[in-house]
Design a protein around this ligand. Structure first.
Ligand SMILES: Cc1cc2nc3c(=O)[nH]c(=O)nc-3n(C[C@H](O)[C@H](O)[C@H](O)COP(=O)(O)OP(=O)(O)OC[C@H]3O[C@@H](n4cnc5c(N)ncnc54)[C@H](O)[C@@H]3O)c2cc1C
Length: 290
């Protein structure tokens, strides 16, 4: 089913993001965790592509499995970093031939040797908006999503430029957006207001990551330019040698964050599960009683 059809039926959607397991042991762990999450009947799941060095063929195998064997609405991520137009056409055609109708199209992270500036492949794509336009041209019947950044993409010179480029991306053919994760809901609601003012009218689904280990604190901030409310950071600092207390503080925070988002009108929640189920299941059960 296309996500656009789901959106017509559901005011709010609940979805999970996975990355392809890296080896056989993690595949077993993944299977157990996905089994727990499937019992929650998510609106859809999505699978990252090449993120953090993951093997790209595994994305194809996993989306095929989730869509055609498990029977769940599945979104295939695809990035244009190091990718020519011929290759993108071949890959997207391959995904279409496996029945995939929903794509999350991204540029991809900077290449390690890029010196801080994205280098498009020969005959490739300068920005995700070009990939979106390309996919829309070749696969008009697909549902296309893209990423967006409530706290501004790290490479953007300022918020205004970032929103202008986002509008171009949506106009190129996006049906929906999913945000980078954030911990302060004010950033999300301010971003949605600015997006609407810029003429972006599609669904903007908040991306959520439960912070349940102290080591994630620094990693998440560094990785994505995301700010952590000071009271929460201080709480984690106090508990840093007590993993159970960190987990509880992280869960209390995430449950309140999700509850507030839903109460204040967010169109659902997209969980970056990191291939784990415990935190997401607990949030789900607390908020939705499932
Ligand atoms: C929901 C979500 C899912 C993700 N999934 C993956 C994944 O599966 N695999 C993966 O590798 N990465 C993934 N990422 C990370 C993503 O690839 C990076 O954040 C990347 O740095 C930017 O990708 P983008 O598609 O947002 O790029 P773009 O939309 O191309 O934006 C990148 C930068 O370019 C700027 N820009 C855009 N257009 C122009 C223009 N015309 N002129 C000048 N500047 C411009 C933007 O303002 C921004 O600063 C995901 C991110 C999100 C939010």
């Amino acid at each position: 089913m296309k996500l656009t059809d789901i959106f017509r039926e559901s005011v709010k959607t609940y979805s999970f993001e996975f990355y392809p397991p890296r080896d056989e042991i993690s595949a077993v762990d993944f299977g157990i965790n996905v089994g727990q999450l499937m019992r929650l009947s998510p609106s859809f799941v999505s699978v990252t592509y090449g993120a953090g060095g993951s093997n790209q063929n595994r994305t194809f195998e996993l989306v095929d499995y989730l869509k055609n064997k498990v029977g769940i609405n599945t979104v295939a991520h695809y990035t244009c970093v190091n990718t020519s137009r011929d290759r993108a056409l071949k890959d997207l055609s391959e995904l279409r031939s496996r029945g995939l109708q929903n794509f999350m199209l991204l540029r991809g992270d900077l290449q390690k040797d890029s010196g801080g500036a994205y280098i498009p492949a020969k005959d490739g794509f300068g920005h995700a908006s070009e990939l979106v336009a390309f996919a829309r041209e070749h696969f008009a019947d697909c549902c296309i999503g893209a990423g967006c950044y409530p706290e501004v993409h790290p490479e953007a010179p300022h918020a205004f430029a970032d929103i202008r480029h986002l509008k171009e991306k949506v106009d190129a053919g996006c049906d929906f957006l999913v945000t980078q994760f954030f911990f302060d809901n004010a950033h999300y609601f301010d971003f949605v207001r600015r997006a609407r003012e810029a003429g972006i009218s599609c669904r903007i689904i908040p991306g959520i990551i439960p912070l349940t280990h102290y080591s994630q604190l620094e990693r998440f901030v560094k990785l994505s330019n995301t700010s952590i409310p000071s009271f929460f950071a201080e709480q984690l600092e106090v508990y840093k040698n007590d993993p159970k207390a960190v987990y509880k503080a992280g869960m209390d925070f995430a449950i309140k964050q999700c509850r507030d988002l839903l109460m204040m009108g967010a169109p659902g929640l997209h969980f970056y599960t990191l291939n784990k189920s415990r935190a997401t299941v607990e949030i789900y059960q607390t908020l939705l009683g499932r």
